[in-house]
Write a protein that binds this ligand. Structure first.
Ligand code: EPZ
Length: 422
């Protein structure tokens, strides 16, 4: 297994290109299952999760051709020949469950393995199931698989979600595009990835209103056509690299990024004393000399502070001037990075959904272990500010959601390298 070594203490300067969004692409790719015409995605990120989704779609009979070094995905599911999403693929990546809605809508039937456990929380699918059942599907759990059927096709309905789940919103919206009649989804998720998905579905001929608000209305149509769609920028990659100069010093410009994608996060970073400017090309971030201020953070659904940036923010607060309280409200077990940061000399007290971080002058390099995608990058960020060398192990977690971190940060002055494993 690869590991990454970071030597801290170098201020950063330069530009980093922000890739297309993993979490948008993982919802956009299953949209191909809704039509027998080609769907092409441009600005696709080069990530192991995209490869896993490609394998899943190919296992269902879709054609997925990766071009221009993975930046363009040409897809067609003209000849779907299998309606079962296998456990062996689904257990590798939960987002595989986003084929359930499209398969059900297009083929009237789907068999999708339940993803099973996850490091950051239980992550049940009850909201996906409740929404699709409201559209008339019959869903039964057998041998760890959801067996779903829509005899006579799906029918529009009014659905009010208990929680604004991103995945359930995506599955329900995709399914409703081919349902008979009107669907109104209340308490829908408002994340930019949902807005991007709806933009693509509309280009395929879907009739949808209200994306980006908590009420989405879908008029079902008989069939969808093809389209070409550019994947929106990755706001979590953007936020991660905005923290890099805040934690290590210096200034970075993040090309292709937009502050509009991260309202709640930008507010907190500015409160911590970090300077953020929207430029024509992207977002410029710098930190004046001295330590950032400690700020309290509470993770929330969009437009609030994203849970996927909580670990990175904790790394920053480890050397802040003062005490900060980080509250995680979305996932029940998302502080696995705290004990690793404490190995680097951080002062963190975790109680339930709260982590109290007392800033220290300086972190110290140490060998640490990545536990999940965002935790792994928070350890790399901490390494940029630490004295000496930090070795981050199990970076396969990182490769699921970040393209070539060591090259992007290395090009801006960071002393960082990947050690290839056996
Ligand atoms: C998406 O996951 C993202 N993944 C996650 O990013 C992100 O953390 C999350 O949204 C929240 O923003 C992708 O888009 C592929 P949810 P998703 O359904 O759709 C509970 C990353 O690091 N819930 O909004 O799975 C659930 O347990 C990943 O890139 C139910 O209870 O998130 C959780 O506590 C990690 N029942 C909360 O809602 C359900 O049926 C949020 O889940 C569905 C969800």
């Amino acid at each position: 297994m690869d590991s990454i070594i970071v030597k801290g203490g170098t201020a950063l300067s330069g530009q980093i290109p922000i890739a297309g969004a993993k979490n948008a692409c993982l919802a956009l790719m299953p949209a191909t299952l809704l039509s027998d015409e080609p769907l092409t995605l441009t600005n696709a990120p080069r990530l192991s999760d995209i490869k896993t989704m490609t394998l899943l779609l190919q296992s269902l009979g879709a054609e997925v051709t990766s071009m221009q070094g993975g930046r363009v995905l040409a897809m067609s599911s003209h000849d779907l020949n299998n309606l079962t999403a296998d456990y062996d693929i689904v257990r590798k990546m939960r987002a595989s469950n986003l084929v359930l809605g499209p398969l059900l809508a297009r083929a009237g039937r789907a068999v999708v393995s339940l993803p099973g456990g996850c490091a950051i929380g239980a992550r049940p699918m009850d909201l996906h199931i409740a929404g699709l059942e409201a559209l008339g599907a019959e869903i039964e759990l057998k041998d760890g698989y959801l067996h779903a059927e829509a005899r006579g096709g799906l029918k529009g309905a009014v659905i009010e979600q208990r929680f604004a789940s991103v995945g359930a919103t995506e599955n329900i919206v995709m399914a409703a595009t081919l349902a008979k009649g009107t669907t109104v989804l209340k308490n829908a998720a408002r994340e930019p990835e949902i807005v991007d998905l709806v933009k693509c579905l509309r280009a395929m001929g879907a009739q949808i209103d209200g994306e980006g608000t908590d009420r989405i209305e879908i008029q079902g149509v008989d069939r969808l056509g093809g389209a070409t769609h550019r994947v929106v920028a990755d706001r979590i990659e953007l936020g991660t690299y905005m923290i890099a100069p805040a934690i290590a010093g210096g200034e970075l410009e993040l090309i292709g990024g937009s502050m509009d994608l991260l309202p709640g996060f930008c507010e907190k970073l500015q409160e911590a004393g970090v300077t953020i400017t929207q430029t024509n090309e992207g977002v410029k971030v710098s930190r004046a000399n001295g330590r950032v201020h400690a700020v309290n953070v509470r993770t929330e659904v969009f437009p609030g502070f994203p849970t996927d940036l909580q670990a990175q923010m904790m790394a920053l607060m480890c050397t802040a001037d003062g005490v900060s309280d980080l509250e995680e409200t979305i996932f029940e077990n998302r502080f696995m990075h705290a004990p690793e940061l404490m190995r680097m000399g951080a002062n963190i007290d975790v109680h339930g959904g709260h982590a109290r971080v007392t800033g220290v002058e300086r972190l110290k390099g140490a060998p640490v272990m990545a536990t999940d995608l965002r935790a792994s990058v928070s350890l790399i960020l901490a390494g940029l500010a630490a004295e000496g060398e930090t070795v981050v192990n199990r970076v396969y977690h990182l490769d699921r959601g970040y393209e070539r971190v060591e090259d992007k940060l290395g090009a801006c002055g960071a002393v960082i390298e990947r050690i290839k494993g056996e």
